[in-house]
Design a protein around this ligand. Structure first.
Ligand code: FAD
Ligand code: UDP
Length: 396
């Protein structure tokens, strides 16, 4: 009797039978799980949410967003970069335009001095560097001849040593590059791909800017504020202090974007990929200015490579000033992929595996094992988003 009464009730309400949660077919709570809230992860999450209407869960094992570009106000109220100096520069109009959706900018051209032979001289090496270092008064033509006279041309430019020696010879190589590189990488420049030191040009003019890109600017209110805006879309949820492996099974997502170290993702099955790390020593000084340049490099002295004074970068006015020393180390958080052929060989195995791993996109400096600047990460993430969007359109 009871059964038939229930049946009758349901018969009369076939259209509005209460829905019980579907526990048989597994539903996806999110379309995408994005691992890492740095540049790479945040750009993809933002595009997926705002342009494709996807629901995105961003997880980061750190207690903040922004990845290595994270900045914050320290205990003295000075805006600092937790993971060392991050200076934005790009030649890509597209990248600059995209980031401008989330921040205003402060024009900033970066300048660096190197401590060599008891003097502070401009690096990249330029006309003034040579004149100051050797007490000369050369002009641009004469310094070009000077470089020619000391350069030791090499048939094949393969390593970072080749790059410098072939342009400026042994002595300047020793003064500016050899020891800095040994400290920074734990390797001699002859053991590193040419691309590493090729980042630093040599100039015959007086241009003392570290970069010559067409766009050079810092986010007006800092990187973290920019990331907050990127991730503020209602389709994006952010979960911090969480390794993705803790929640991967509990929170089903249709596809994944992974921006952590690629070897870790695959449980190091082809061996560990070497990454270089840094220890940062932050200090605040009760003076308005600490040093005469935003960054001072120490190629030949100290265990640290460089000292950065943040107020130059951020333009903040404050009666105190905060600085950071960078001490390179092999252990610790992976900050730099190490560009050399044997590491590239290992990476190729991971890359092939990554390419055949269905439903996971590998993006960024750690996941593609490339010495990428921030703007490169943005460009790579935008390109990956495009791929995802094209695939989605083709499948619909
Ligand atoms: P990351 O910023 O490393 O983000 C990856 C995120 O993934 C991290 O937050 C990490 O916690 C998270 N993650 C990893 N594994 C897991 C996991 N299992 N679960 C959850 N989360 C995980 N570039 C410039 O353009 N200009 C500069 O001046 C500059 N200076 C630099 C100075 C230093 C000292 C360093 C180290 C880098 C510098 N860079 C600079 C490079 C810049 O930091 C990178 O290009 C960029 O930040 C990389 O972004 P990403 O998102 O790929 O990686
Ligand atoms: N480098 C050097 N002396 C310097 C500056 C740079 O030998 O005074 C070399 C060093 O190998 C360094 C590389 O050039 O790692 C790239 O320098 P960059 O300042 O671009 O390094 P990053 O800011 O990425 O740490």
């Amino acid at each position: 009797l009871i059964d038939s009464a229930i049946a009758a009730r349901y018969d009369s309400r076939t259209t509005d039978i209460p829905q019980v949660p579907n526990i048989i077919t597994r539903e996806f709570l999110f379309d995408y799980l994005v691992v890492g809230a740095g540049f790479s992860g945040s750009v993809i999450a933002e595009r997926l949410a705002s342009q494709s209407g996807k629901k995105v869960l961003v997880v980061d094992k750190r207690n903040h967003i922004g990845g290595n570009a994270y900045d914050h106000y320290d205990d003295h109220g000075v805006l600092v970069h937790k993971y060392g100096p991050h200076i934005f520069h790009t030649n890509s109009h597209h990248v600059f335009e995209y980031l401008s959706l989330f921040t205003q900018w402060r024009q900033y051209e970066h300048r660096v001095l190197a401590s060599v032979d008891g003097q502070l001289v401009p690096i990249p090496i330029n006309l003034d560097t040579i004149n100051k270092l050797y007490g000369m008064n050369l002009n641009s033509f004469e310094v070009a001849d000077f470089f020619k006279s000391v350069a030791e041309p090499r048939d094949i430019i393969r390593t970072s040593e080749d790059v410098v020696i072939s342009k400026v010879g042994q002595e300047l190589y020793e003064k500016f590059f050899r020891n800095y590189t040994r400290k920074q990488w734990g390797l001699d420049p002859s053991e590193l791909d040419k691309s590493v030191i090729a980042r630093i040009p040599t100039r015959t003019n007086r241009d003392n800017r570290y970069f010559t890109d067409s766009y050079q600017a810092m986010p007006l209110h800092g990187f973290t504020r920019m990331f907050e805006k990127m991730l503020s879309h209602p389709n994006i949820k952010v979960m911090l202090n969480t390794d993705y492996r803790e929640i991967q099974k509990a929170i089903p997502c249709r596809e994944m974007v992974y921006t952590g170290p690629v070897d870790e993702f695959f449980d190091y099955r082809f061996g560990k990929l070497p990454y270089r790390s840094l220890n940062f020593k932050h200090e605040t000084h009760h003076v308005p200015v600490f040093q005469p340049a935003p960054v001072v490099n120490y190629p030949n002295e100290h265990l640290y490579t460089r000292v950065t004074e943040f107020k130059y970068l951020t333009g903040q006015e404050h009666n105190k000033t905060s600085i950071v020393y960078e001490f390179p180390t092999a252990e610790g958080d992976p900050y730099y992929p190490i560009p050399r052929p044997e590491n590239q060989e290992i990476y190729k195995h991971y890359r092939d595996l990554a390419e055949s791993t269905f439903g996971v996109y590998f993006v960024g400096r750690l996941a593609t094992y490339k010495y990428l600047n921030m703007d490169h990460c943005v460009a790579q993430a935008l390109a990956t988003y495009k791929q995802i969007a094209v695939k989605a359109t083709a499948n619909s």
